[in-house]
Design a protein around this ligand. Structure first.
Ligand code: UD1
Ligand code: UDP
Length: 376
């Protein structure tokens, strides 16, 4: 008899990083056929992130085109995933978060009436337009998901408020499993010649494309120009427009290092070497508090309020003055800095993927429970 099949779908860097721990957990179980299907929404960044976990796709749709629109990504992913399902079949489809790949995977599962397991379910802002289009993607897949793996109690409550009573489980965020796994890995010695502080900046989100990103870059330039012991490090997302904007302000600026996106293990080491993190990334917002690094969130709103509530993250948006002022305060005032650098982990305990593996296999009638799984 054929084994039941779980198809895990990933397309972007965060999809790879947050799905990898679950794929690795599932692949340990011989009674199930676990298939990693990638859309290739991101090409280099997806492959780079999977490689950090020793994973390669079992099947890749190679959909990425430079300048791709949301519609391109949705339609090419949807038809590719559907064709794959027509040929291979699946008992469960699984994907994480809020990317267009995840939306397309959910929709493909819905059309074929295949149970969909949603990793990192229930994060919400109060506006369908923000983050765009991610808030829509995440809410949409909640409509038809069979299992909702909520990282925190808050996200489970958000699902309950929308009427999702069945199949909601608080598992923790698999991103914390990933970052903890990397933390014990290879240790890149970042900027050994620089004895001073490091401010790390990442920005790529659509809300900040254009003028907001220029304001963010200008604020970062002012920070290095004001604090002479600070090295600004900017790993640049592969999006050519984002890179061009960052270069237009920061290229040639003293003590600003514009670097290629480090692979995940090296990026984790870089976060740990940093003193302050400025980011509009979702994943970085979750990871930095695990290492006690204060985060200034370059967004007006966040679907990850837990860090703000814990006092280790602050929303500063894309206003040049506001970013500069808050960063300066933290770089000047030791007690303020200490308050924001408590190592906390509001997003998970590193066991999320084991819980998800157990729940997904149980749906298929396979009992794979381990002791201690639910104790924290
Ligand atoms: C996507 C996600 C966003 C996530 C981000 C992570 C959606 C709607 N958005 O947005 O939630 O925060 O990924 O990085 O799914 N590119 C490359 N090589 C790569 C990756 C990207 O060249 O490896 C370039 C391409 O020119 C592409 C552009 O970046 O057109 C934008 O990529 P896309 O996936 O369309 O959007 P993201 O902004 O990355
Ligand atoms: N990351 C990485 N290299 C980088 C920047 C980020 O490996 O140069 C990792 C980061 O640690 C996190 C994930 O990529 O796990 C976040 O991805 P991204 O910021 O692209 O997307 P988001 O989380 O905003 O959707």
């Amino acid at each position: 008899m054929a084994k039941p099949r779980i198809v895990c779908v990933a397309g972007t860097r965060p999809d790879a990083i947050k799905s990898a721990p679950v794929v690795l957990e599932l692949k340990k179980w011989a009674d199930v056929d676990t298939v990693l299907l990638t859309t290739g929404q991101h090409r280099e960044m997806l492959d780079q992130a999977l490689a950090a976990f020793g994973l390669v796709a079992d099947h890749d749709l190679s959909i990425m085109q430079h300048g791709q629109t949301l519609c391109d990504v949705t339609s090419r992913s949807l038809s590719g995933i559907d064709a794959f399902l027509a040929e291979t079949g699946a008992d469960i489809l699984m994907a994480q978060g809020d990317t267009t790949t995840t939306f397309a995977a959910g929709l493909a599962a819905f059309y074929r009436k295949i149970p969909f397991c949603h990793i990192e379910a229930g994060l919400r802002t109060d506006s369908i337009w923000n983050p765009f289009p991610e808030e829509f993607n995440r809410r949409a897949v909640s409509l038809f998901a069979t299992h909702h793996y909520a990282p925190t109690r808050e996200s489970a409550e958000a699902l309950a408020r929308e009427g999702h009573a069945e199949g909601v489980f608080v598992t923790g965020n698999t991103g914390i499993d990933a970052v903890l796994a990397m933390a014990n890995n290879r240790q890149q010695d970042w900027f050994p010649e620089h004895a001073g502080r490091i401010v790390l900046l990442t920005t790529h989100r659509r809300e900040n494309w254009g003028e907001p990103q220029l304001r963010i870059a200008r604020a970062a330039r002012r920070i290095v120009q004001t604090f002479h012991d600070v090295l600004l490090v900017v790993p640049m997302h592969r999006n050519p427009d984002v890179r061009e904007r960052l270069r237009s302000v920061l290229q040639g600026c003293e003590r600003a290092a514009l670097i290629e996106p480090p692979d995940y293990p090296d990026f984790v080491t870089l976060m740990r070497r940093s003193d302050l993190i400025l980011t509009d990334s979702g994943g970085v917002q979750e990871e930095a508090p695990a290492f006690g690094k204060p985060v200034l969130v370059l967004r007006e709103t966040t679907e990850r309020p837990e860090g703000v509530t814990a006092g280790v993250a602050e929303l500063v948006g894309s206003d040049e003055e506001r970013i500069f002022e808050k960063a300066s305060q933290l770089l000047r005032d030791e007690s303020d800095y200490r308050r924001m650098s408590q190592a906390v982990s509001p997003y998970g305990d590193g066991r999320a993927s084991a819980r998800i593996r157990y729940l997904a296999l149980r749906m298929l009638g396979i009992d794979s429970r381990e002791e201690q799984m639910w104790t924290s």
